[in-house]
Design a protein around this ligand. Structure first.
Ligand SMILES: Nc1ncnc2c1ncn2[C@@H]1O[C@H](COP(=O)(O)OP(=O)(O)O)[C@@H](O)[C@H]1O
Ligand SMILES: [Mg+2]
Length: 341
């Protein structure tokens, strides 16, 4: 199905979409909200706790917590990565290797390598300003919209390189959708919020098909029963939690393979948060999900793998259980036990 979806589209179409996107920042063609750099972020050039050079297979790191029962220095996946743990997974949907991002002359993330598996939720945790959002934005080239940003390395989806400048970001962003911290429905009806993407991507041929797609997407986002009688009312009239599920439904409507979520519950109350978390768990059956969260409880509840970032480095990756119960790196342990961040 969508694996082989080409990442190019007729240039006239993509030009129109991009023009539209330029004037409509809420458009799914770009669906981008520039995120202001966090004011409490540590300076990126602050002294680092240890040099993050590539570790020789036999080297002993002072920050590695000695444990008899966990893999450390001999893991073959670390030949190209200074990250502790296995950055690869058995059935990868996306493969990121040696990704660097610079904002002008400041490096925000360094040499990040990480797979995002099929049918899994990967959570990204770490102190504010450590590069989680920057990394997430690389996965559908949202950083392209930031003039000072430069991205290097390799990011593949189903084996296709996405950092290549010839890749059209419009279909890419349908394959790799994004849900933001603050729900951002379009100033349109609930129906139109969902129908807009499929229409501009030409996914349906007639109205009945579109109606069905709107219903299916809202059902998958667990919102159909709550809104089916008021599809013509503005999306912005829904509660915060409903708006976030509307945005998730809007992302689903264009048949993504990967859904990126940047702190999707930070603006929600605990009940709405629980609903979105439940939804994330259900969505895993059909999609790969990468979620940035500042809530360690949330990471523990929703994800199968967890990646710990610190000052632009990916310090450690592992199963969520291992990261929270047996972190291998001192920095990970300090963060999850509340000593840092
Ligand atoms: N648009 C931007 N322009 C310049 N610097 C940025 C921008 N976005 C983020 N940064 C900087 O990059 C670093 C990583 O930020 P970010 O990815 O937002 O971290 P996180 O999501 O982990 O809080 C921070 O030092 C931040 O100030
Ligand atoms: Mg962020």
């Amino acid at each position: 199905m969508s694996h082989n979806r080409p990442m190019t589209m007729p240039s006239a179409v993509s030009k129109t979409l991009l023009e539209h996107a330029d004037t409509n920042p809420g458009s799914p063609a770009v669906n981008f909200q520039a995120e202001a750099p966090p004011t409490d972020a540590p300076p990126i050039d602050a002294p680092r706790e240890r040099p993050m050079t590539t570790i020789a297979a036999t080297a002993v790191q002072p920050d590695v917590i000695p444990r008899a029962d966990t893999k450390t220095a001999t893991d073959s996946s670390r030949a190209f990565s200074s990250t502790l743990g296995d950055i690869s997974c058995l059935n990868p949907r996306m493969q990121c290797r040696d990704v660097d991002v610079w904002y002008a002359d400041k490096q925000a993330i360094k040499n990040i390598s990480l797979d995002i598996g099929r049918n899994e939720v990967v959570s990204m945790i770490g102190p504010s300003g450590c590069g989680k959002s920057t990394f997430l934005r690389c996965l559908n080239r949202m950083n392209d919209s930031i003039p000072s940003a430069r991205v290097s390395g390799s990011i593949k989806i189903d084996g296709q390189e996405i950092l290549d400048k010839h890749v059209d970001v419009v279909p890419l962003r349908a394959r790799v959708g994004m849900v933001f911290q603050k729900p951002n429905p379009f100033p349109k009806s609930i129906y139109e919020n969902i129908a807009y993407g499929p229409r501009i991507h030409g996914l349906t041929n007639h109205r009945t098909e579109l109606d069905e797609l709107v219903e299916t997407s809202l059902r998958k986002a667990g919102l159909w029963e709550e809104v089916k009688d008021r599809l013509d009312q503005p999306g912005t009239g829904l509660s915060g939690g409903q708006q976030q599920r509307l945005c998730i439904a809007r992302t689903i409507a264009v048949s993504p393979e990967v859904i990126l979520m940047d702190e999707p519950c930070s603006a929600l109350d605990p009940i709405a948060t629980a609903k979105v978390e439940e939804l994330i768990d259900e969505l895993r059956t059909n999609y790969s999900i990468a979620i940035v969260t500042h809530s360690m409880q949330q990471a523990a509840r929703v994800s199968q793998r967890t990646a710990y970032f610190h000052l632009g480095d990916l310090i450690e990756v592992g199963t969520t259980e291992q990261i929270f119960n047996q972190p291998q790196h001192r920095l990970t342990e300090d963060y999850i036990t509340g000593r840092f961040g």
